[in-house]
Design a protein around this ligand. Structure first.
Ligand SMILES: Cc1ncc(C[n+]2csc(CCOP(=O)(O)OP(=O)(O)O)c2C)c(N)n1
Ligand code: SF4
Length: 262
């Protein structure tokens, strides 16, 4: 089955969203040896990232502001054959839909969340979001954002997510691996993907310089305290030369899912 659709892709050339689309397509092709494609259902939020639903020939549901994960939780609850993947944005899910994100993690609903974290509201031309760095200059904050950013990895760990990872849209093989592990994981899987927005906040050079892989550094994924230590290693406030950004799987444990308990 062809995963591509007839839809014209309207993302800006060079956008980090292409890396996420490609990594997901490759992950699904490999997983389709074990999981029938008709069992996949994707849902996406509002923003540039949300268009991904148009570009994938899978069952899909265009969700409204911040509600992609709550829709998927409902679908997963009534049909345990479904493999549910939500594509959400940092404005979409860390602002508008943050309660749905926290409760999906708390419940350990057996779905996967892939956050296109470009640290800006890009469809609406570059306003600041919950993950924009302090002093971010955008359309709504010409003198710099007055607020410090959220740390999504620490938030998800403390909310009860049983699979917590960070990927980089500029490293497709690595991101494909994380996506496959997330989908295979039984329970709530969360991936914050560093997704440069080439037009309003081009972070490609910064991430290329500062990212390192947790698995290559011998990180153990079953230790909560260690995961939290690594989550706090990159303080989003720091944009200096010495910053090190861990990518890979921070935490992965088993506990009963919401669907099993219900
Ligand atoms: C009720 C309402 N509030 C705000 C908007 C404007 N809006 C459109 S997309 C979007 C969020 C986009 O941000 P993000 O999730 O970061 O997605 P990106 O475009 O960066 O992929 C917002 C706030 C809207 N359309 N309707
Ligand atoms: S505005 Fe930014 S996020 Fe949206 S398609 Fe263009 S580069 Fe990508």
């Amino acid at each position: 089955m062809e995963l591509k659709t007839y839809a014209e892709n309207t993302w800006c050339p060079g956008c980090g969203n292409f890396g996420i689309l490609r990594a997901f397509e490759e992950a699904v092709k490999e997983l389709s040896q074990e999981i029938p494609l008709e069992n996949f259902v994707i849902s996406s939020g509002i923003g540039c990232h949300g268009k991904i639903a148009d570009y994938l020939n899978l069952n899909s549901f265009y969700s409204i502001h911040g509600r992609a994960l709550s829709n998927l939780q409902g679908m997963r609850l009534i049909n345990d054959k479904l493999v549910c993947v939500g594509f959400v944005g940092d404005g979409d899910i860390y602002a508008e839909g943050i309660s749905h994100l926290i409760f999906a993690a708390k419940r350990n609903s057996n779905i996967t969340a892939i956050v296109h974290d470009n640290r800006a509201y890009s469809l609406t031309t570059g306003q600041f979001t919950p993950t924009s760095p302090s002093h971010f200059k955008g359309k709504s904050t010409p003198k710099g954002a007055p607020e410090p950013p959220l740390n999504p990895i620490a938030l998800m760990l403390s909310s009860g997510a049983t699979f917590v990872a960070r990927g980089f849209a500029g490293d497709i093989p690595h991101l494909k691996w994380i996506i496959k592990e997330a989908i295979k994981h039984k329970g709530f899987s969360f991936i914050d993907v560093l997704q440069p927005c080439i037009t309003f906040y081009n972070t490609f050079p910064f991430y290329r310089k500062h990212c390192y892989k947790l698995e290559e550094a011998g990180h153990k994924t079953d230790d909560f305290k260690l995961a939290m230590e690594k989550a706090l290693e990159w303080d989003y406030n720091e944009e200096g030369e010495e910053v090190k950004i861990p990518i890979g799987i921070f935490y992965k444990v088993e506990r009963p899912t919401f669907e099993e308990l219900v």
